[in-house]
Write a protein that binds this ligand. Sequence first.
Ligand SMILES: Cc1cc2nc3c(=O)[nH]c(=O)nc-3n(C[C@H](O)[C@H](O)[C@H](O)COP(=O)(O)OP(=O)(O)OC[C@H]3O[C@@H](n4cnc5c(N)ncnc54)[C@H](O)[C@@H]3O)c2cc1C
Length: 476
Amino acid sequence: MRTSDEYLEDLRRMRQNIYMGGRPVQRDDSRIMPGVNVMKITFDMAQDPANSGLFTETSQYTGKKINRFCNVCDSVDDLLKKQKMIRTGTRLSGFCIQRCMGTDTINMLSVVTRDLDDATGKTEYYPRFLEFIKSYQERDLIAAAVQTDAKGDRGKRPHEQVDPDLHVRVVSQNRDGIVVRGAKEDITMASYCDELIVFPTRTLTRNEKQWAVAFAVPSDTENVHIINRASSPRERKILKAPLNTYGSSDALVVFDDTFVPWDRVFMCGEHEFGGRMALTFASSHRHSYCGCKPAVEDIIMGLIALTAEYYGVEGKHHIREKLAHLAGIAELIYAAGIAAAVESTRSASGTQVPASIYANVGRRLAGENTYNCWGMVADVAGGFPVTMPFEEDYFDPVTGPFISKYTVRNPDVSVEKMHRLQRTLSDYLSSSWAGVWQVGDVHGGGSPVMESIAILSTYDFEERKKVVKRLAGIQD
Ligand SMILES: Cc1cc2nc3c(=O)[nH]c(=O)nc-3n(C[C@H](O)[C@H](O)[C@H](O)COP(=O)(O)OP(=O)(O)OC[C@H]3O[C@@H](n4cnc5c(N)ncnc54)[C@H](O)[C@@H]3O)c2cc1C
């Protein structure tokens, strides 16, 4: 397994192909480092013997100890541990732990490449995947899930767009590999991952074979351009805090006639499997959401309970009501993830696939409660955390004493503790970083309507009608 220092050294060795704020930048740019620091948690936790078995696993391919983020789940226990690891990691980073994107992508490839080979009887995508995953685990790599196409006119299919490049497609192929063109949007970690794993965003039809493509390339590959946007809580000048060392990056990733050798191609032209890849990834990723969103609710509950204590309103009826409601949301989402694991099915490759219905209802409950739950924090925080003076003013000889005198609430709580809590509330409620991640909590893993579609396509409403007909004595 890699250490976090080795990971950083590997990033520094990569070819420069990241662009930010109008110029090329290195992967250790100070605006990208907060995202790198989140990745470091995933390496540090795996190195710590106290987390053995939660952040580590034994590879079914090599028998070696690996980071659980590189694991392909082949049991219910694996799925349960993945979910628990993500909740633990998200509590540490204070928001999205991010690396599960790659975990869910390799799990998807393990399922669909094997099914694809079984269906065609002539392709060799699964043996290629096996070679890829062994090296991926051995080198303890991080992959970005590169799924969301630019898409163009949302009302039109890939082949109906005015520009065919609006969905990533194969423009040519020869005996050595394929050449791909197009762009993917919102790609988290693209600027600090090792591998970009690309796969379709939607179902595809017979006349959309050129868009039925899945492949992996190192993120610094020639003709890959990463146009990055970084977000993090405001930098602390005096009151340093762990939260303010973390952050994320999301990017527009452009494939400008990028060459991909065949041994890294996992689908090419088999349009029937485009939707399978999209949906299998979605089930796996929405199961991961059933781990991270309870952790976000944990943070929300902690913010509310601590604020109530520091403000002197602990135990008041409306605080207790909010906490009970939030505990219900957190544990229902987590329980949906447990159900998705317990009811999971084994694919032909031996990979355990979370039950789509439970993964989707859990993710849906989380998404539709995002703003509701943060609204509760805003309610309890009052107005001051979003209007409070800048950090330096607390330490200025002229303004500092006024601020200390007038920001006291519960007299047993020190000025510094109150300052720290309110500045953290400010980061979570009113920073641009919080705005990015609240939208991410709505759209990440697919916008809300996609969960509804997944639920409606698998749920048996006719069977429910029969239940009522029997109760009502209706005979057809
Ligand atoms: C912070 C963040 C991180 C992300 N990270 C990743 C990542 O790492 N990898 C990745 O691949 N993606 C990532 N995403 C992208 C995410 O998966 C998409 O935002 C999501 O799938 C929605 O797609 P969209 O943004 O193109 O929205 P749109 O498709 O533009 O949706 C906008 C609205 O239009 C509606 N709509 C769209 N098409 C139709 C239609 N045909 N019929 C009816 N209504 C329609 C939608 O329901 C929605 O209400 C990330 C997004 C965010 C915000």
